[in-house]
Design a protein around this ligand. Sequence first.
Ligand code: CTP
Length: 474
Amino acid sequence: MNLAHKLKDPVFKTISEVAHNEGLETYVVGGYVRDILLKRPSKDIDFVCVGSGIELAKAVKKSLGGQYPLSVFKNFGTAMIKTDDLELEFVGARKESYQRDSRKPIVENGTLEDDQNRRDFAINAMAISLNKDSYGELVDPFGGVEDLKEKLIKTPLDPKTTFSDDPLRMMRAIRFASQLKFDIDADTFQGIIDMKDRIKIISQERIIVELNKIILSDEPSYGFKLLFYCGLLKEVFPELVALQGVDSIEDKSHKDNFYHTLQVLDNISQNTDSLWLRWAAIMHDIAKPATKRFNKKVGWTFHGHEDKGARMTPGIFRRLKLPMGESMRYVQKLVKLHLRPIALVKDEITDSAVRRLLFEAGDDIDDLMMLCRADITSKNNNKVKRYLQNFDKVESRMVAVEEKDKVRNFQPVITGQMIMSTFGLKPGKTIGDIKEALKEAVLEGKIRNEFDQAHEYMLELGREHGLNVVKPLR
Ligand code: CTP
């Protein structure tokens, strides 16, 4: 197969020219070749030459006029040139495993064939020649083209060899399957089952990159099911595996919270590409196993799983090496609040309950509602319809209350500073108490969040605390 017509960017001709002059056999290789055949445009291009990738890169830089920056990674024998819109990576063909992100320095140079042998999957081991006499010819020793047609992820060598070279490839197999909607070849999958323990030697930083890519695929449940069936999920995220299973006592059983969670994740993924909102879906019921109780009258309960789940979130994020700042707090907040909108469905709910939720959710209220809608996984269509209509009602109620009371981004009109100067107080507990009471009064609807009413109420609170006004605000 000749793919010269697919190498549209002039950079390929330039590199071919330079390689010829340098006497270096050179190929485009790996993900870029796969993506050409999948018609997925890509900006990262890997070049492999038989010889020094660094020397080739230096010569290419010169022939491109020298204006693009060249980074050399001597230890790994690689070099990168960043042009206006492409990242060109150069590497010498090698005999041992190809790991761009490993800390292992390269040891032995090899031929193109050696290099292809040590790549992760047949679909990632194809090369396109840039050599003058065979320009554009595809070199596909393991049937990568066939695998793309059959939508198959398969290791080029015995899976044991490929996975021992770099156990992260087990995660990568599932990540590619999930992103591309491919199957994993049966022997390759068996290889993962046999070698899942080896994932332990891989750094969590590399694992989480793959897990997040699975989460961001169109139907992440597929990737998670593969992770679960091969046993890798238990290694990397045991809390999620703990959700699996159904208990029955006296004919009363609960739903399988693992499959439910995956359904919620798929549901929300149809509406958002936000990684953290998808993480909130994954985490929303994470504390169900820890809070599960059986009660003769009502059957299975999971009381407080939303609070416990919020408390578990930082620990899980820390261990998984997910960021601990704003994103974690956002996920934690959604986990904590995920049952609240359902509680607002009842007719006799007061405005103050709506105000409290608006206040606590703030700008994340729409994301919370999206999570709640995704959380409806009943198979009974009538039920689903009814629940969704209930949420519509809650939402219009929220809009009305927010319009009236503006609590979503509630900022108190009376500040701590004002309280201190009015009553001549030093910083201390009393200020906090008064501020809290003012906030409560607004949320309860006792006063509106505007100066006159809040000021009047502050004076009243001052009297209750036995305080004298030393400097009136007006
Ligand atoms: N590779 C490998 N083993 C790894 C990582 C990478 O064999 N653990 C090889 C594969 O041939 C892969 C190439 O290096 O195609 C480039 O790796 P990378 O950029 O990580 O992946 P891509 O295949 O380009 O895919 P993506 O851009 O989606 O990550």
